[in-house]
Design a protein around this ligand. Sequence first.
Ligand code: T5A
Ligand code: NA
Length: 204
Amino acid sequence: MRGRFIAIEGLDRSGKSTQCDRLVAHLTETTGNKTHLFKFPDRSTPMGQIINQYLTSGVALSDQAIHLLFSANRWERIEDIKALLEKGENVVLDRYYISGIVYTQAKGLERQWCTNPDLGLPVPDITLFLTVSPEVASQRGAYGEERYEKIAFQKRVAALFHEVAQRNCITVDASGTEEEVANAINQCVETVQIGEALDKFSGL
Ligand code: T5A
Ligand code: NA
C-alpha cells in the first residue's frame, strides 16, 4: 500500500513548519513507516535559490516569472515524492499548489492562469489549512522580513485561501497552543482514506 500524502497550507507565520515537524514525528510513530518532509519553496535547489533571493533581498522578477518558478520548484521534486509514496513511505508537504495559486492571484492575476502550471501534480490525501488572523501571525517571531509579510497583502491572501479551502481543505484553527493545534491535526489525519492511485490536480 502506498504511503500517506498530506499537505499543510496557511498564511505566513501560521505555524506550518512547527506543525509539519510534529506531524512527521506523529506519523512515524503511529504508522511505523518512514515519513518525509518536503517544504515549498524548496530553497536548496538552483531554482529555489532564485526564489529565496526574490523573497529576501528584493531581486526584481515579474509576477509571472516568479509564479512559474514557484511551480517549477514543485515539479522538480515531484518524482522523488511519488517514488517515496509508492514505496509505502509517508510524505508531508509544508505548502503546495494552493499557496502557489492564491499568493499570485492576490497580486491581481487570473485564477485560471495561476492554476495552469500546477495542473497534473498529484493531489494529497488531505490538505489542512491552518487559520490564524494576520494580526495574530504578525505578533509571532521575525514577521515582516520577507516580501509578502505585509498585513494588507496577507489579508487578500487570507480571503482567497478561505474561499478555496471550503472545497479543497480541512480548516484547522491554528491560534491555540502548539499542542492544541497538533492534537487537532492528528485527529484530522486519522480519518484519511488512502486510495491506491494518486489523483492528478485538475483545478480548485
Ligand atoms: N509562496 C510560497 C508563494 O508565493 N508561492 C508558492 O508557490 C509558495 C510555495 C515563503 C513565501 O513564499 C510564498 C508564501 C510565503 O510568503 P515559506 O518559506 O513557507 O514561504 O514562508 P512562511 O510561510 O513565512 O513560513 P514560516 O516558516 O515563516 O511560517 P510558518 O511555517 O507558518 O510558521 P512557523 O512554524 O515557522 O512559526 C513561526 C513562528 O511562530 C511560532 C514559532 O515558534 C515561530 O517563531 N509559533 C507559534 N507561536 C504561538 N503559538 C503557536 N501555536 C505557534 N506555532 C508556531
Ligand atoms: Na515567512
